[in-house]
Design a protein around this ligand. Structure first.
Ligand code: ADP
Ligand code: MG
Length: 695
């Protein structure tokens, strides 16, 4: 047996002693055994991509690449349709060039002379990487013709004509100007994702277009694009016909696991090395996983295993792609790899339709995705790993056939797939609507009469009203009219609960502290837990530890960071993430600016940590948990059983009677992340409406 990667030919692993793998992947007997809804039959075509053509003459190769995109042939047709119709639905395979090319067509055709072209993306990372790519295609710098705007970061200037932005940003802009006068055209991209913000935007842009028409103002062109849009549903909502782009996909041979896998990450690892042994070295691999942690862990494992076994001629390069990835690393997966090297990309569902990586010939699909859902009865948002939909499974497998015929290995059985949802549920039907409802109210829109493509459930709207009433953002849940304090909350690009913390801070005398804390909480993890230096890291982090819990610990870190003169060395020595801390500093500046604009006074409580803790209660009162005799915690709202997350400074120490937490994460248990000890008497003092539920 060739033991290079210690995986034998039948897919069973020679690693069995380390990682017991029980099952094999079998080829699907018939290609169409599972019916794919609306699947364009694959067409055999020559790929324009030699592997990683970007290597040599970059400019020419970029131009060649662009001209080879399917959307390029449809340029005239698209422009003709845009001219004839104010709203257009365009459906085309992922990677056909919709997001990067259509805005450039519009620009060249002169649509940006009366305003800018805005393209919304559900994800920040997609908005950034795509804007960078388009700037490169136009040989310009970000901020010139092309720019992007994401929360807390705006790179656009008055020269910018094409602007990629998240749907959340456009929605916020609508609060300032419901007619979106700045825009000549808006492309609502990735419409099939059906994020809450996008769903609301469909209604907002539709209305803006009508109003502008009514008042004889310059037209607003709307283009809705997607890879898998339900065109009838969208068509009847916008009252227009859809346009299909000539696709270009190659056949993908789909294989399913023979038996259910208990550990999809391990199954992916084994499958990968099996592919590596059997498939040509220039066939790149894309692995779909659910999130940062497992992606980084598996990437490390693959790199280690490849290093141990790199006696042969071939090698692997591992790249990762997920929302929280450092900006500099986001474009790395597009870079060419040396000859005789296999590119392996580990990504979340971001690579499903938002971002297309050239050269992928094999896909490994774990069949899961992380989804945030809201439980109106417990009032809590929970991040859960759930099964993907059948539509997502087909999108994922399609990624292997972008350049040439490919293969897709699904680490789940053919049978189990029949139980997957046909299509993902629109987020509005399962999300926490507090923020959305407040934004709509700030726009003067009553949620119950708004023209939604799919209206949210009444239960979710009621829960949002209740939360907003408790926050003081609306008069009452039965009379949902926005209060002046609600208007102020809507000014912040924050969840209303966090905006509330800032609004209450002056009363508790802790504005400076709260600005820092909310900014630090808006950033990703600032602590680096070096796997091989974990003791040193723990020792360094211990210096900042507050006995009160994680919020004050985080505040200590951030305040010390703000004071240090040599942040780079300081962060390195203290195992802290300088990028995330710098991001938090930037966020703090922006929050401080908004706060002074709305007239909040600035004050500081110094060492009085009770002030900070009490203030936290004014926004996060739904996130309180009480210790039970059995040793676990029970949340006050909803009575959910939970434990303190292992990453907390309070984990493994004494257990306070009453704690406040930032969020609940559901894995094998419910874990409370970022917790702080509070005093039960404060609840009644700070949030009188809660007193009825304290036992
Ligand atoms: P669509 O929106 O239809 O899915 P895109 O416009 O996003 O398609 O992508 C068009 C092509 O551009 C894809 O083949 C993709 O691989 C390529 N592409 C996009 N961004 C980059 C990048 N940063 N580097 C290299 N190629 C890229
Ligand atoms: Mg796209």
């Amino acid at each position: 047996m060739d033991s290079k990667y210690m995986i034998n030919s039948n897919g069973n692993s020679g690693l069995a002693s380390v990682f017991p793998v029980k099952r094999k992947i079998e080829p699907m007997k018939e290609q169409n055994a599972i019916k794919k809804p609306n699947y364009t039959p694959p067409k055999q075509q020559q790929s324009p991509y030699k592997n990683n053509v970007l290597a040599n003459n970059k400019r020419n190769s970029i131009d060649q690449d662009r001209k080879a995109l399917p959307v390029y042939n449809c340029r005239q047709r698209i422009l003709k349709e845009v001219e004839a119709n104010d709203t257009l639905l365009i459906m085309g395979e992922t990677g056909s060039g919709k997001t990067t090319q259509i805005p450039q067509f519009l620009l060249q055709a002169g649509y940006a002379s009366n305003g800018i072209i805005g393209i919304t993306q559900p994800r920040r990372v997609a908005a950034i990487t795509i804007a960078k790519r388009v700037a490169q295609e136009l040989s310009s710098n970000i901020g010139d013709t092309v720019g992007y705007t994401v929360r807390f970061e705006d790179t656009t200037t008055e020269r910018t004509r094409i602007r990629y932005l998240t749907d959340g940003i456009l929605l916020r802009e609508a609060i300032g100007d419901r007619l979106l006068r700045k825009y000549a055209a808006i492309m609502l991209d990735e419409a099939h994702e059906r994020t809450v913000n996008a769903d609301v935007l469909f209604g907002i842009v539709k209305e803006a277009q009508q109003e502008r028409r009514k008042h004889k103002m310059p037209k607003l062109k709307i283009i809705i694009t997607s890879a898998t849009m339900d065109i009838d549903h969208f068509g009847s909502y916008f009252n227009v016909k859809g346009m299909y782009l000539e696709g270009r996909t190659h056949p993908v041979r789909v294989m399913h696991a023979k038996e259910p896998q208990d550990d999809y990450i391990h199954a992916a690892l084994v499958t990968l090395f099996d592919i590596h042994r059997h498939e040509p070295i220039n066939h790149d691999v894309l692995i779909f996983l659910t999130g940062q942690e497992e992606i980084e862990a598996l990437a490390q494992q693959i790199r280690q295993l490849a290093r141990i076994n790199n006696s042969g001629p071939s090698d692997v390069r591992v790249f990762t792609l997920y929302a929280q990835l450092a900006q500099g690393k986001q474009l790395e997966c597009f870079l060419p790899v040396p000859a005789n090297t296999r590119k392996i990309v580990l990504a979340t569902n971001i690579a499903e339709t938002s971002i297309t990586i050239p050269g992928i010939r094999c896909v490994i699909d774990c069949g899961y995705v992380k989804e945030k859902s809201f439980n109106p009865s417990s009032g809590l948002d929970i991040l859960k790993t759930v099964r993907i939909s059948q539509a997502q499974a087909w999108q994922r497998s399609g990624r292997a056939g972008r350049d040439a015929p490919g293969k897709c290995y699904r680490t789940y059985t053919k049978n189990s797939m029949e139980f997957f949802r046909v299509a993902a549920q629109p987020e509005i039907l399962r999300a926490n609507l507090t923020s959305t409802v407040l934004q709509l109210l700030a726009l003067g829109i009553d949620c119950t009469s708004f023209d939604f493509i799919d209206p949210p459930q009444q239960e979710g709207v009621q829960a949002a009203y209740k939360a907003l009433e408790q926050l003081g953002a609306i008069k009452s849940a039965t009379v949902p009219s926005i209060t002046s304090s609600g208007r102020l909350m809507a000014q912040y690009p924050l969840d209303p609960r966090y905006a509330k913390l800032l609004l209450s801070a002056p009363t508790f005398g802790c504005m400076e502290e709260m600005l820092s804390l909310v900014a630090a909480l808006s950033s990703d993890n600032v602590f680096i837990g070096h796997a091989d230096k974990s003791e040193l890291a723990a020792l360094a982090h211990a210096k900042f530890q507050s006995k009160h819990g994680d919020h004050l610990t985080l505040l200590n870190v951030f305040t010390t960071f703000q004071k240090t003169e040599k942040p780079k060395i300081w962060c390195h020595d203290n195992f802290l993430n300088i990028r995330n801390l710098t991001y938090a500093r930037n966020v703090r500046n922006q929050l401080a600016e908004i706060s002074s604009r709305v007239g909040l006074v600035s004050n500081s409580c110094g060492d009085n940590s009770d002030a900070v803790k009490k203030c936290l209660l004014t926004g996060l009162f739904d996130n309180i948990a009480m210790l039970q005799k059995e040793g676990h915690y029970l949340t006050l709202s909803g009575r959910v059983k939970a434990k303190i997350h292992p990453s907390s400074v309070l984990h493994g120490k004494y257990k306070p009677q009453c704690i406040l937490f930032t969020e609940m994460v559901k894995t094998e248990h419910n874990f409370l992340r970022q917790v702080t000890e509070i005093s039960i008497e404060w609840i009644e003092e700070v949030v009188p409406s809660m007193k009825y539920i304290i036992k």
